[in-house]
Design a protein around this ligand. Sequence first.
Ligand code: ATP
Ligand code: MG
Length: 446
Amino acid sequence: MQISLPEHVTEIIERLEDAGYEAYAVGGCVRDCCLGRTPKDWDITTSAKPMQIKSIFKKTFDTGIEHGTVTVVLGGLGYEVTTYRIDGIYKDSRHPESVSFTSNLTEDLKRRDFTINAMAYNKKAGLVDVFGGRGDLEKGIIRCVGNAQERFSEDALRMLRAVRFSAQLGFEIEKETAEAIRALSATLKNISAERIQTEIVKLITSDHPEKMADVYKLGLSRVFLPEFDVMMEAEQINPHHIYTVGMHTIKVMENVPPERELRLSALFHDVAKPKCTTLDENGINHFKGHPKEGAKMTKTILKRLKFDNHTIDRVCHFVLWHDANPELTPKSVRRLVSKIGRDYYPEMFALKRADVKGQNPVFADEKLRRIDEYEKLYNEIISAGECIDIKSLKVNGSDLIKEGFEEGAVIGSCLKELLHLVIEDPELNERETLLTIAREQFLERN
Ligand code: ATP
Ligand code: MG
């Protein structure tokens, strides 16, 4: 097994070796190289202590010096160099009480979560694979290093990481590892929302968002996203649907591009369906009001998971509008796009198409045709440069002030009214026309 290390990584390893220490590329980068994937970043593990690492390289940062990690900067890029380490006892399924340094590479590999993440490589020694990571990569399985129950008791986040790696790699979780997750899933409650957020985002933006079903089956979503359990258990008795809300949601995630906002919007677009379900006299379910209630629930959930406000606002907006359909006329499309906002297009089309693809295929062609027409009208509006927001009006606030408007709220409401008129009739978007309307309807009226 030969891995071609980047120049800087080779340089770091060789300089540590020249100073009398051992050093290896380790963890995710070795795993990715074995798979023929390009690593995102390169981590290095070494027998050198942090102070010794710092004395060898000109530019370094103390990233987590108490845990042995120093970032070495070469050519403007940072490489994490960590001293061989043994993690102490974990008290609360979260933090090791202490870490101690070791001069034995195997001890460092032993503390790592999964066999596929516990391999090291350098040119001299080749691949160091003490726990059968290579074989597990070939078999396509996620397996704990050592005893799974013990490893998950040390750090409960590893349970969610197991499903995350299985989603990124398309792997199965090995039987004992999966059983340990089932047994210990409730201890995920000890893990911070921030750490859970990181893993769940990686999972749903992977090639296998359908592994969310495993997050449910293994008892993990119950801890941090019980709303998803409710979705997985909610039937939809309606001719348009063939799946539970949860399985439909998974289909929608699979059918949108692997972008963070879109996958999150897909995950939550129907979150309120179970709550909004009614049964009519013919035994058919309806879900009236679910987008609005869904946007509210999504906000609560994303806040709880400590997402940033920008993401929360955008995802909630996608949820709120995912089900809105204009009449297929230029005017209706202008109205709706203006109401929803340009910034949500063309992504909104991707979400709507995916939503249809997760429904009864009998009606799919007709629904997709309508979305195509909606998008065609949208594209015509955009390429004609038609105005659908205040900033594309041919007049602005200072024009109105020059006309004698007083500064303040009246300007905003006048511009809004002008936009409304222009959306009804794009030909009105001419400077003189708009100024005349503004004078006649606003100045003379107020
Ligand atoms: P990614 O591609 O997402 O960066 P990665 O394998 O590099 O994947 P990181 O979270 O960056 O994952 O961790 C780097 C390495 O550190 C892992 O490959 C693993 O060896 C080890 N590791 C990380 N988190 C844990 C943990 N909670 N318990 C044990 N080992 C861990
Ligand atoms: Mg990494």
